[in-house]
Write a protein of this length. Structure first.
Length: 150
């Protein structure tokens, strides 16, 4: 089940691109079920739960630096998953990814401890990221509010 909606200024969802990659490697198109609405890891998992059979065990494939955060979300929302890390060849990108995911995981654990639901967490996280971007002179990268799922 490829997961991921349309992000940034792309024309197709991440899930659609992954489906094409799977089909090109011989996976029959009819057995691939997309989750193509999400824009965050939490939304990926929440939406995937709705599409999975109860008690399903899944192999979660994601970048090596994103694996811990993704498995945390799976456990949090009741998905029985084991992780398959995809290597990130660019060392700088890998280290930046590890740092970013550590910060997100710390933020989420704190927000959960404070009793925030996933939507409140998304809004608070977006606000913090937007403030950081503005302080760094990158404010034009963030709209005033996060995109919503339609």
């Amino acid at each position: 089940m490829p997961c991921g909606g349309i992000t940034r200024d792309r024309k197709r969802s991440e899930a659609e691109v992954m489906r094409e990659m799977l089909v090109a490697r011989g996976v029959p198109k009819e057995i691939i079920h997309l989750e193509d609405k999400s824009r965050t890891t939490t939304e990926n998992i929440v939406n995937a739960v709705k599409l999975l059979e109860k008690g399903a065990r899944v192999a979660l494939v994601t970048s090596e630096y994103h694996l811990e955060h993704s498995l945390f979300e799976c456990e949090r929302f009741g998905i029985n998953a084991y992780g398959v890390p995809a290597p990130t060849p660019d060392e700088k990108e890998r280290e930046r990814g590890f740092e970013m995911c550590r910060q997100i995981l710390e933020f989420e654990k704190d927000a959960i401890a404070r009793g925030l639901d996933p939507e409140q967490m998304k809004m608070e996280f977006f606000k913090k990221m937007r403030e950081k971007a503005i302080a760094e002179g990158r404010g034009d990268e963030f709209p005033p509010a996060p995109p919503t799922l339609d």
